[in-house]
Design a binder for this molecule. Structure first.
Ligand SMILES: *[C@@H]1O[C@H](CO)[C@@H](O)[C@H](O)[C@H]1NC(C)=O
Ligand SMILES: *[C@H]1O[C@H](CO)[C@@H](O)[C@H](O)[C@H]1NC(C)=O
Length: 402
């Protein structure tokens, strides 16, 4: 730095004066000043609004509150007996109880045990030609539509129930949801739908859904994931109507009388189907049912996630079939139902267990055939035929490749 000479100093003073004068010259009138200030404030507010209200609103759909999840409900459908369309080419058999008796197990019910299956009165039931149960779709919309075409699905005459896990994992969860909603297709909840509801509640700051009927607080499942969870990413995108549909799916649904047949007669299940005069009461659930609890005592955590029960008492469930002493819940269920009176036993249709595939037991029929793993998507079709004045109950599996 050089010391300033008097000459330089004078020049600088002049400059300052000049600047001062110039500034004086350009001073705004108070009116212009206030207008500019107001304009400034208004535009900052607009920018603030754009980033905090408009932009998030554009990407985050308007939210809806969640309601309690129903534990047990009734599908309220009744199958109209149809005239047989063509000869089916397989023998009709008369079912006898002792043919189904398995080896006795060391499990026993209390004397007054009942699954509390009291179905609604018949007048309010929807009369349909076919009841169609579809296993885990997992957002595979193209394969789902392909299956419906193969089934010759008619929304007016058929009643479909999707057995949970219809969203998540696959590419088109929202398309699947839109189709289910548009055609008023019936549903039960799967573990993935439950995770979507939980993530939706966290994301929008809503109350978590409870389960109606008993032990609502203790049996919620935990959210283990983080913000990159597929269910979180899906939940953020869902519209209020999607959530209302998912939230309407109960955990367990009664489906009325279903055919009962011996395992060896299930060979025809993929071709002509199975025919029988005999029925049992039927229910649908995503994961499984505990053999030792009535329908209303069932725990949603078991119903949504279990694959096996842990011995020796088989009163504790696990989703890991490789746990020590774990036995497939459906095996325990099947053996136990054979020990019950025919009007107390239940046939369960379920999904969730892709590893075990199409798994047909007398009293437990697994329909998750691993569409998400590139295997198959399966439907079980139930209908009644009137043959010589007798109602014949029929069941047939229909599958497509994924
Ligand atoms: C299972 O049953 C056994 C024998 O009845 C009992 O001691 C045990 O506490 C039960 N466990 C659970 C988790 O309910
Ligand atoms: C559960 O709710 C159903 C339907 O609302 C009712 O019929 C049943 O009695 C209830 N069961 C229990 C154990 O609360």
């Amino acid at each position: 730095m050089t010391e300033s000479t008097p000459l330089l100093k004078r020049a600088r003073d002049e400059e300052e004066n000049l600047e001062y004068e110039e500034y004086e010259d350009f001073e705004m009138s108070p009116r212009v000043k206030y207008s500019l200030l107001t304009l400034g404030i208004l535009s900052s507010l607009a920018v603030l609004y754009f980033f905090t209200v408009f932009l998030p609103g554009y990407f985050i759909p308007e939210s809806t509150d969640l309601v309690d999840i129903i534990k047990v409900s009734d599908s309220n459908v009744q199958l109209i007996p149809l005239k047989p369309i063509k000869k089916t080419g397989f023998e009709l058999f008369a079912y006898e109880d002792n043919q189904l008796k398995g080896e006795e197990m060391e499990l026993s019910f209390p004397e007054d045990f009942s699954y509390e299956y009291n179905s609604n009165n018949k007048e309010h039931k929807r009369k349909v030609e076919r009841l169609i149960l579809i296993g885990d779709i997992h957002g595979h919309y193209i394969q789902f539509r392909h299956l419906l075409r193969k089934l010759n699905y008619n929304a007016k005459k058929d009643h479909i129930i999707v057995l949970g896990d219809f969203v998540s994992k696959g590419p088109d969860s929202i398309k699947v949801l839109d189709y289910l909603m548009k055609n008023k297709i019936d549903c039960i909840l799967g573990n993935h739908e439950y995770y979507v509801l939980q993530n939706y509640a966290s994301f929008h700051g809503k109350q978590f859904p409870d389960f109606v009927n008993g032990s609502a607080h203790s049996d919620g499942l935990s959210i283990e994931g983080f913000n990159d969870d597929p269910e979180f990413l899906l939940a953020k995108k869902l519209q209020a109507d999607h959530i209302k549909y998912i939230n309407s799916c109960p955990i367990i649904k009664k489906i009325g009388e279903v055919p009962i047949y011996r395992k060896k007669d299930s060979n025809d299940i993929l071709n002509g189907g199975v025919s029988t005069k005999s029925t049992r009461k039927g229910v649908v659930v995503h994961g499984g049912l505990r053999w030792d609890l009535s329908l209303y005592e069932q725990q949603p955590v078991d119903n949504l996630e279990m694959r096996s029960l842990i011995g020796p008492y088989f009163n504790q469930s696990t989703d890991d079939p490789h746990e020590p002493n774990a036995v497939s819940w459906s095996k325990i269920w099947n053996k136990q139902q054979k020990l019950l009176k025919s009007d107390e036993s239940l046939v369960v249709y379920y999904g969730h267990d892709a590893r075990r595939g199409l798994n047909l037991k007398n009293y437990a029929r697994g329909l998750d055939t691993g569409c998400d793993r590139g295997d198959l998507l399966s439907a079980m079709v139930l209908w009644n035929e009137l043959q010589d004045g007798v109602v014949i109950h029929k069941e047939k599996a229909v599958q497509v490749h994924c």
